[in-house]
Design a protein around this ligand. Structure first.
Ligand SMILES: CC(C)(COP(=O)(O)OP(=O)(O)OC[C@H]1O[C@@H](n2cnc3c(N)ncnc32)[C@H](O)[C@@H]1OP(=O)(O)O)[C@@H](O)C(=O)NCCC(=O)NCCS
Length: 188
């Protein structure tokens, strides 16, 4: 039977593995090179990661700010956690959310799993109060850009009016080295 992807709300005890999958996996050195923070220095500590991914991502207490999920791959005889996906909304205007996603290893990439997870989460967000989803991959991360296009995202110019005024300065530049990211948008 075909393996199926579903999302499971992440819990506090999942935080360390999400951190390790991001910074200590077989794609991490590649991704760290593309990312502004890590291309210039050390990888963030787990404590720093916990500051970025605060309690509400893991306890569901502030869905208007964001939530994290484990990506699960399963068939009737088999179940495995294969990645991590979040939406974040506290920094954006009403109705807009931003997605981040990473699988735990390249072994699982290129098989459609990440794209399927994106489709599931965006579908769920559109059933809630969200009508616009953004994602900001680094330009050189072709695998990610291809996946997001397959999930329906379109490359557009940076939209400063998507951001709450007080957060624009902090988030405008994006996470990629030399501001080299693509601003991609999916509308309901
Ligand atoms: C980005 C990511 C979530 C995408 O999920 P995925 O399951 O790998 O995506 P898919 O398999 O659906 O699609 C990837 C596409 O890129 C293509 N691709 C794969 N490897 C590629 C490569 N090295 N160069 C260019 N394209 C590549 C695939 O062929 C596929 O397109 P296709 O289905 O049209 O052939 C996943 O690859 C990942 O976690 N990567 C490492 C972490 C990362 O980069 N996270 C994103 C940070 S913004």
């Amino acid at each position: 039977m075909k393996k199926r992807i579903h999302l499971k709300p992440a819990r506090f005890e999942d935080r360390k593995k999400a951190y390790e999958w991001l910074y200590f996996s077989d794609f991490s050195s590649y991704l760290n090179e593309l990312t502004a923070e890590t291309s210039e220095g050390a990888v963030p500590t787990l404590s720093q990661f916990k500051e970025d991914y605060a309690f509400f991502f893991f306890d569901g207490s502030r869905p208007e700010k964001g939530r994290a999920y484990l990506i699960i791959l399963e068939d009737p005889n088999f179940k495995e956690e294969i990645g991590f996906i979040t939406y974040t909304a506290f920094h954006l205007r009403d109705g807009i959310a931003e997605i981040d996603i990473w699988l735990k290893s390249l072994e699982y990439a290129g098989k459609g799993y990440g794209t399927e997870a994106l489709k599931i989460l965006t579908h769920e967000l559109f059933k809630e109060k969200y009508n616009t989803i953004i994602i900001r991959p680094c330009l050189e991360n072709v695998r990610a850009v291809n996946s997001y296009k397959k999930a329906g995202f379109k490359v557009t110019n940076f939209q400063s009016d998507y951001y709450k005024k007080e957060y624009l300065h902090q988030f405008a530049a994006g996470d990629c080295k030399n501001g080299e990211d693509l601003f991609m948008v999916l509308k309901k």
